[in-house]
Design a protein around this ligand. Sequence first.
Ligand code: KIV
Ligand code: ZN
Length: 528
Amino acid sequence: MDNKVIIFDTTLRDGEQALNASLSVHEKLQIAQAIERLGVDIMEVGFPVSSPGDFESVQQIAKTVKNSRVCALARAVEADIKACADALKPAEAFRIHTFISTSDVHVQQKLRKEFSDIEAMAVHAVKYARRFTDDVEFSCEDAGRTPIDNLCRMVEQAIKAGATTVNIPDTVGYTVPTEFGGIITQLFNRVPNIDQAVISVHCHNDLGLAVANSIAAVQAGVRQIECTVNGIGERAGNCSLEEVAMILKTRESLLGLHTGIQHQEIARTSKLVSHLCNMPVQLNKAIVGGNAFSHSSGIHQDGMLKASNTYEIMTPESVGISKTKLNLTSRSGRHVIKHRMASLGYQDSDYDLEQLYSDFLALADKKGQVFDDDLEALLFNIQQQEMQDFYHIDYLTVQSGSGEFATASIKLASGEEQQIKSATGNGPVDALYRAIKQAVDIEFEVSDYKISNKGAGEDGLGQADIVVTWQGRNFHGFGLATDVIEASGQALIHTLNSIHRAETISALKKEAGAKQSPSSSTHKPQGV
Ligand code: KIV
Ligand code: ZN
């Protein structure tokens, strides 16, 4: 049996479907490119039938990504599978992933069908998907709670129908490692054609066992793990990509398995996903948490000074975390910035040095010292601004003090027009948001707002992250500045620009008289 474990990333499908605000096509592309650099074998990037936005992002990613195979999800129905094939067409080769539930509770309560009907639908779906590609994956949703005889029957039928990968999800994160490993062993022992497909697992983390169950499964013979960056996904999330990748690397001599993951890309990819998805990573998270390589107790620090392997089983550098911290100032030249960016894992082609250097100088003038986190925050900000923006704040001023109303005035550009508006509010951000609301033609509600410190020290950059609800959809935006009120203004403008783009796209589609296609419903179909 091959010793390579195929890494199937589903950050942009299972991960994305659990976010509070959906990602824009541009953001999904940024994440897809980061995941490609990370060296995943396959990336599942959406559920094209669910919305025109999902369809478009799958199509864009299929056009762009070359070094990982691109895959999209479909229920076991023809319309979903056809939408996958249409969206994935720009890729040279692609995978269609089709699924149906197999557990009694799902078959009887959710689908209200007989198991034999499910079997027939699965076989038909796999055969239909094979008309578009020879790379078809079939998943038995809720396999972890499926009676083993039914599971064996389904896996055998799916392979016979042409599935080249069969996935065994623990959809509700219910099993424990010995039990899950046992299910896999039974499949290998009982399904006669099992050697004709790659067997995969997809574990959820409801009991905190997603990674442990995935490792038990590879020990039992599975050769594909489905996972997400930072473990994001439905409810408590999915198996975390960085954890399985580092387990397989760190314990290679025990497990005898490897992956194609570029481990030094892990930290950088994790930060990008956390930032764009507005999903902070817990400090004590394995591999990518802020404390994963910090040593607090005196005894540990003493050990580390003598030999780092006393308390570190892998080096921070091996996952792309640089331990050397340099404080940059306005006297630092371009070559120092370039060097710092390289040690943070960025290549020259990943950013425009002139633009970054000019933003760096402006920041260094304001706050004196600039740290690695500041530099990365500036880069994220530039990437965000690369989008053509309709709304733009030319000028803002806010006055506030304890015990009195705050007042804000803004000069806001909307395309070619400019407006000056003032408003009062019960705090500076409230006043600012009221003034902006007067100047734009969008009915929105701010449903979430938070401020965090991005750089090191008290004078670090302030980042505002907000979620805005418009016509039942949530949009996330962020703003970054040394002044948190300015950052809050930028965050709102960022989301309003995303809403404006969404509005323009749907107006264009209406104008073009776009016919209702299976992919034009705005709600995700039931079932995923
Ligand atoms: O959790 C699950 O079962 C899934 C399937 C669609 C693979 O996400
Ligand atoms: Zn899932």
